[in-house]
Structure formats: structure tokens, C-alpha cells
Design a protein around this ligand. Structure first.
Ligand code: HEM
Length: 489
């Protein structure tokens, strides 16, 4: 018996205690759940408390995974550009298929050459987007107009905006990747957006995080009703929906007429020196998964930011008035401004910057992993440790933003009314893994936002201000609320 206890203790000591020089953090990690029992229902709040207690860089076990949480701008920036910290941990391994070298395909959770090549390709293709008649701005304008027409149809009645933007944002992405327009009520798109939405709602739960990090316990947690990984189901469904257009594109591919993102990828696959990640079956798998990745990363992020935007607008009608004045001066108030016109709209720019700061929709960013034993800022970080850049702590840091919980676009305007962006507004992360959809996201946010303010006065159904707090069940969503979109004459 003593020998058994000795063995268990040795196993626990080896797997659940931190090495010398590791950042401070809560004590006593329990087998399998680690410090999960010390986290409340909202991980973001727990991390904020831990930061107060253990400092800007602290460590803990989440399930059996060793984690370091970075909470200040300098360490997030330095780690972001650090070669040893630019890998992603394994995420539901194999769920997206496996490359010939055993690695993960795609871009969000891939590493090494596959990641760098696919990232460079996707970044460039989204940034320079324009295939034949298909131009990014036109695609988005069409979705903004469709959305505004649908909202006009509600005739100013109180309505919830949760999920309202998802369809438009997914439709724009669908057009950009596949070249095909879809009708607003396409059941495939509705299903994908619904699943991503549900995942988003549950993403602050420590159980969901534990299941993502430690797939072996996922089925047990699901059976206990502690977590449902809708995200996984969504990935399968997105895969099925994307398969068909990819096959059709392969059959009808014409190198002299690139129609969309899929065509651009197929062209790379057919170039002899395009890099290993575009060759053979790996190339095909990468296309499949990069397409899925764009949907997974690019839909609820943008639509949730717009949901917060509407909430802030409803609470701050003075902000709406100023933006409407800017729109009138720049466009005459009867069309969606072009992306290049945003430089003439400093107050609008400042407002979107403030919305992105305060909505803080990806508070813990996407985890990275230490590729080897590394010394970082005086700490020892062993190989395999997961690194969480806690962006939310920077966005809400009183050292960078006075009264950080207050919605105040004016903080980003100088005395001449010029827009001065803050280096501490980092909703897209920092460094080598920084969001690759940033350009597209910025154009989408600008166009949907100005389109709505131009068409409507966003009003609260009653005199009471809407709560700007986070829903207790989620790190990034507002509490349920309703607004009225009153058409402007
Ligand atoms: C408001 C909108 C968005 C926000 C706040 C956001 C935020 C982020 C963040 C924080 C990361 C992790 C960065 C890191 O690890 O350092 C990320 C990664 C990523 N985002 Fe976004 N994102 C947004 C929109 C989009 C869009 C529209 C797309 C594409 C259509 C996209 C595609 C990606 C991809 C593919 C990655 C993984 C990059 C890599 O691992 O190399 N995102 N995003």
C-alpha cells in the first residue's frame, strides 16, 4: 500500500508541480483537473484576480496542461515575436485530418512550414483581394444593403441582435472564398452560424477549455453535461458545406480567370515550386482546412463586435449623431463610404477603435506553445507549456486607458480632432500569429457599422440604459438586450 501511495505521489509530483524558476501561481494542482477547481465560472475574471495576486506573468495547470498567462503589453508583445513561442498546441488532434508529416493542416492550428506557407498565402490573398469582377468592398456593400433592408422590414420594433449579423458576415466570407452568392436564409449557412454562436456562448467555461486542451476527457465531460463541443460539430458541418464548391472549382478551374480564394489556392497547388504545403494530397487538405479556418475564425468575431457596437450606439445617441454628421460630410449620407474614405472620418474611426477595445471579444487570444525549454523574462518555461496572451488585461488596463470601463471614443482624438490609434488596442493579437483576417475584419466592421448608422437611429426600447457588462456565462458576450432600428428619413 505504501508503495502504491508512493507511486501515485511520484506521478502527481512529476505531472502536477511546477519546475524551479516557473512563474508563480495558485498552489496544489489536482490530478486531471489541475487548478480548474480554483477558477470560477468566468475564466477572465479569475485570471484578473490571479494577476493581482501573482503578478503580470503567472502559471497554473488547466486540466493536465501547464499554462503561462501573460497579462501585460510588453510580455505579450515580446512573446508574440519569439520564435520559441510561435507554435500552436495540438487542438483536437486529427479532427481536421493529418498531413503526410503527421502535422495539423490549415492555418490556425498548424505549425512549421505548412503554417508559414499557408499563412503567407491567405494573408496576401485576403489583403489584395480582387478577382475579376469580385471586389471585397462590393461583396461587403451588398451584404450591408441586404442587412439594412431586412432590418427596415422590422419597422422599428424592439428586437434582439444576437445572431443577426452572423448570416451577413458568413455570406460575405462565402462569396469571397467560393465566388458564389448565397441567399440570406440558406439553411447550411444558418446551421454553421448557429453552431459557432453556441460555441462562442460557452467558450468561457473552464470545462470547455479543459476539453479543448485535453481531448481525452472531452467525452466524460460531455456525458456529465459539463460541456458540449458544438465547435467540433460545426467544423464537420463547415467541411461538408465547403467540399462541394472545392470539387466544382477543381473541375472548372481556368488559370486565366481566377474567381475567388479557392481558385487562387488551386493555382498555387498547380505551380511546381509553390512550397510543400501546396503539393499533392497535403495541398488539397490544406485548402479544405484553410477554408474552414476562415469561417471558424472570421464569422462570430466580426458579428459579435457588431453586436457590441449596436449596444454602445443605443446607449450613446450623441455618438450616433456625430457619426451621421461625418457621413453626411463625406458621402452626402446616402451611400456606404469606401474604405479609403475612412481617413476623413476620424470620429467614426475612434468609435470603432473604442468598440474593439471595450468589447474585448477574444480576451485570452488563441493559445501558443513553447517549442523548447526557454528562458523568458527571468522565468523558466519548459517545452510544451501553453502560452495564453491575455489581451483583455491590456485592453482594460488603467495604466493605458483612464477609466477603462467607460465607453469614450474621444480618448483616441487629439486636440485637433485627429484620430490617434493606441498601440495598446490589440484585439487582433500581436506578433507572428497575429490575426490574418485583420484587413478583412476592419473593412467589414467599418462598412457594417457606417451602413447601420447611416440607415437607422438605434434606440433603446425603454429609457433605461442597456447593461454594458459581460454576460456572467461568457467572457465576450453582452447580456441579452433588445434595440429598435428606426429608419432615418
Ligand atoms: C473583429 C474581428 C476579429 C478579431 C478580434 C480577431 C482576433 C484574432 C486573434 C486574437 C487571433 C489570435 C492571434 C494570436 O495568436 O496572436 C486571431 C487569429 C486568427 N484569425 Fe482573427 N480575428 C478577427 C477576424 C478574423 C477574420 C475576419 C478572419 C478571416 C476571415 C480571421 C482569421 C484568423 C486566422 C486564420 C487566425 C489564425 C492565425 C495564425 O494562427 O497564424 N480573423 N484572430
Amino acid at each position: 500500500m505504501t508503495a502504491f501511495i508512493g507511486l501515485v505521489f511520484t506521478w502527481w509530483y512529476k505531472n502536477y508541480t511546477q519546475p524551479k524558476g516557473f512563474p508563480n501561481g495558485p498552489n496544489l494542482a489536482l490530478p486531471f483537473i489541475g487548478h480548474g477547481y480554483k477558477l470560477g465560472s468566468n475564466v477572465v475574471e479569475s485570471y484578473h484576480k490571479f494577476r493581482g495576486k501573482y503578478g503580470d506573468i503567472f502559471g497554473l495547470f488547466l486540466g493536465p496542461s501547464r499554462i503561462v498567462v501573460l497579462n501585460d503589453f510588453d510580455s505579450i508583445q515580446e512573446s508574440g515575436f519569439h520564435d520559441d513561442f510561435s507554435d500552436r498546441p495540438k487542438f483536437l488532434p486529427g479532427i481536421k485530418g493529418t498531413l503526410s508529416d503527421g502535422g495539423e493542416p490549415g492555418v490556425i492550428f498548424s505549425n512549421g512550414k505548412h503554417w508559414s506557407e499557408q499563412r503567407r498565402f491567405a494573408l496576401r490573398t485576403l489583403r489584395d483581394f480582387g478577382f475579376g469582377k469580385l471586389k471585397m468592398e462590393e461583396v461587403i456593400d451588398e451584404q450591408v444593403n441586404q442587412l439594412c433592408s431586412a432590418l427596415e422590414g422590422i419597422r422599428g420594433q424592439p428586437m434582439s441582435v444576437f445572431g443577426v449579423f452572423n448570416t451577413s458576415v458568413v455570406n460575405a466570407l462565402w462569396t469571397i472564398t467560393t465566388g458564389q452568392g448565397v441567399c440570406a436564409n440558406d439553411p447550411r449557412i444558418q446551421r454553421i452560424t448557429q453552431l459557432l454562436n453556441e460555441f462562442d456562448e460557452s467558450s468561457a467555461s473552464p470545462w470547455v477549455l479543459a476539453a479543448l486542451l485535453f481531448p481525452n476527457i472531452e467525452s466524460i465531460l460531455s456525458k456529465m453535461g459539463l460541456c458540449q463541443l458544438q465547435f467540433k460539430t460545426a467544423l464537420y458541418e463547415i467541411r461538408n458545406v465547403c467540399k462541394r464548391p472545392i470539387l466544382e472549382h477543381e473541375e472548372t478551374f481556368d488559370p486565366n480567370n481566377l474567381r475567388d480564394f479557392i481558385d487562387a489556392h488551386i493555382q498555387k497547388q498547380r505551380e511546381p515550386n509553390s512550397g510543400i504545403s501546396f503539393q499533392g494530397n497535403d495541398g488539397k487538405l490544406n485548402l479544405q482546412v484553410v477554408t474552414e479556418d476562415l469561417f471558424a475564425a472570421g464569422s462570430s468575431t466580426v458579428s459579435l463586435t457588431l453586436t457590441w457596437a449596436v449596444l454602445f450606439l443605443a446607449n450613446h445617441s450623441d455618438v450616433q449623431t456625430k457619426i451621421q454628421e461625418e457621413l453626411k460630410a463625406v458621402t452626402g449620407g446616402n451611400r456606404i463610404p469606401t474604405n479609403s474614405e475612412r481617413q476623413n472620418m476620424p470620429f467614426t474611426e475612434a468609435t470603432i477603435h473604442e468598440i474593439q477595445r471595450l468589447s474585448n471579444i477574444v480576451p485570452n487570444s488563441v493559445p501558443r506553445e513553447a517549442r523548447k525549454d526557454t528562458h523568458f523574462r527571468g522565468y523558466f518555461i519548459p517545452k510544451g507549456t501553453q502560452i495564453f496572451p491575455n489581451l483583455g488585461e491590456v485592453l482594460m488596463d488603467p495604466q493605458h486607458f483612464s477609466n477603462p470601463k467607460k465607453f469614450h471614443p474621444g480618448r483616441f482624438l487629439d486636440e485637433n480632432g485627429k484620430f490617434v490609434p493606441s498601440p495598446y488596442v490589440i484585439p487582433f493579437g500581436l506578433g507572428k500569429r497575429r490575426c490574418l483576417g485583420e484587413t478583412l475584419a476592419r473593412v467589414e466592421l467599418f462598412k457594417f457599422f457606417t451602413g447601420i448608422v447611416d440607415h437607422f437611429k438605434v434606440e433603446r426600447p425603454s429609457k433605461d440604459l442597456l447593461s454594458e457588462d459581460r454576460s456572467p456565462l461568457s467572457a465576450n458576450r453582452p447580456n441579452h438586450f433588445e434595440v429598435c432600428f428606426v429608419t432615418r428619413t
